[in-house]
Design a protein around this ligand. Sequence first.
Ligand SMILES: [Zn+2]
Length: 206
Amino acid sequence: MNKNLVNKAILLAWITIIYNIVEGSASLFWGISEGSIALAGFGADSIIEVTSSSLVLWRFEEEAINNKHLNLKRERQATYGIAILFILLSFIMFITSAYQLIQQNHPQSTIPGLIISFISLFTMFFLLYEKKEVGLKLKSSTVIKDASCTFACIKLSVVLFIGSLLFWVHPSLWWVDGIASIFLAYLIYKEGLFTLNQLNKLHKVV
Ligand SMILES: [Zn+2]
């Protein structure tokens, strides 16, 4: 296996982990304090991204240090865990946003969401491009799966950005955050199903 490419995969995973710990904490903090479910859900998704990139580290370091081949059973279990997290998160978001809409609640401000999603878009586009390239060259399903987590984050950032922008421009649109959250929940749910489907292909590409 090409050492430079493996090092690059490890570096990209570290960037994702550090970036998402900062982004996730900021999103959860502002999301909860401003009452934005869309932003809080976006923050919870960062935790899934950290988990996914930790798998990349675990997969390559295990192989680099012990010179062992990947334990497919463990990778399958870990991937299954990620899929379940996605689906669980989507249900929580759906129920919370439905409640928010019924109660006619809305966030105090969506400016934190606007700023965070804007920064996230640039970071994620860069990470997606690099991860896809490395993943394909290494033929690593773990890296490719991790890249699909990054792609999911891009879709979430777009929805969060548009929702935050609409509410900022027109605060009378109190329902925008609730609708955006339901849409985000749907995207996260689909990502969970997609990850489950990928489990069936795991034994083909390693
Ligand atoms: Zn994210």
